[in-house]
Design a protein around this ligand. Structure first.
Ligand code: NAD
Length: 292
């Protein structure tokens, strides 16, 4: 990657978002860089902590570019807002309408969406040869737009989207239907009915996070005919993952997406492949004290 003002084997990157002190991203990226003999400094730009808001996005992006940063990750709540301050989008980011990685190169800032890549890898590795023709997804927010995009690219034929904010499910279904006209993508009405006919379930709501305990679907809808993917990763063993295991479902926890998106972002920042197995070891060794 072309950088101004930083040595060629040294990378300055960061994360833009709110309340991101517990992020594993600095650890994942810095460990991988160290293992490859690179120097990489990953800074957290916590807008909540700094008292900044959305209006500060262009100023912060410009400051990073001035300092020669290779790029940055972007998280909640700026994945859409950042788009207006970029020079272009990758096909995935354009399709999702959200950016989680920005690369500064050749005088331009280009937005990417490695959440799509990360969840695609999680699916490919996690469901093996199991059927994935009919899938239910709960949660149609920022991350849900990326997981739904990855599901459609994986070959899902029928996708039913649910969200407590029905308008979000309807809007995402309409957007995806336009992009994948051969598939049937709907905003679902009956979750038990949709799950009874499904091969897989994806949780893209925050339900199951330590601060939001509980299940996003009724427990009695889970059975061995379903594979279940949860993208929540703090904790990894969510109530949904635990209950699904108990009921005989194949499960994919949130770590595979988190590692896949970080690995793809690492490659965008440095131009070098990331070792997924090594990144998983880093993910697993993340000290709980850092996540507190
Ligand atoms: P978001 O707020 O943009 O979207 C969440 C959506 O879920 C909203 O539309 C909300 O209305 C809906 N929702 C909430 N509770 C619901 C319920 N009980 N039933 C149905 N819908 C419900 O948040 P986001 O950025 O999309 O993040 C969602 C979760 O995904 C977070 O826990 C986040 O940490 C996780 N995430 C994981 C990864 C990963 O790499 N594993 C990446 C990104 C986000």
């Amino acid at each position: 990657m072309t950088q101004m003002g930083v040595a060629s084997d040294t990378y300055l990157v960061g994360l833009i978002g709110r309340d991101i002190a517990a992020s594993r991203s600095p650890w994942l990226h810095e460990q991988e860089a160290g293992a490859q003999g690179l120097r990489l400094l990953y800074m957290l730009h916590d807008f909540a902590q700094r008292g900044w808001d959305e209006a500060d996005l262009p100023r912060v992006l410009a400051a990073m570019r001035t300092l020669g940063a290779a790029g940055c990750n972007v998280t909640y709540p700026y994945k859409q807002a950042v788009i207006g301050h970029l020079d272009g989008l990758s096909p995935q980011a354009a399709a999702v309408g959200a950016v989680n990685t920005v690369v500064f190169a050749d005088g331009r800032a280009i937005g990417h969406n490695t959440d799509v890549i990360g969840f695609g890898e999680a699916l490919a590795g996690g469901i093996g040869g199991r059927p994935a023709g009919t899938v239910v997804q709960v949660g149609a927010g920022g991350a849900g737009a990326a997981t739904a995009q990855a599901l459609m690219r994986h070959g899902v034929e029928q996708l039913a989207l649910f969200d407590v904010d029905q308008a979000r499910a309807t809007a995402l279904a309409a957007r995806l239907q336009g992009q994948f006209p051969a598939a049937r993508i709907t905003a679902g009405t009956s979750l038990p009915g949709a799950l009874a006919a499904a091969d897989g379930l994806v949780n893209a709501t925050p339900m199951g996070m330590a601060k939001l305990p509980g299940l996003p679907v009724p427990a009695e809808c889970l059975g061995p005919q379903l594979w279940v993917a949860d993208i929540v990763y703090f904790p990894l063993e969510t109530a949904l993952i635990a209950e699904s295991r108990r009921r005989g479902c194949a499960v994919i926890d949130g770590s595979a997406m988190a590692i896949g998106q970080a690995a793809a972002a690492f490659t965008l920042f440095t131009g070098r492949p990331a070792d997924r197995a090594r990144m998983r070891a880093s993910f697993d060794s993340f000290a709980p004290a850092r996540a507190a």
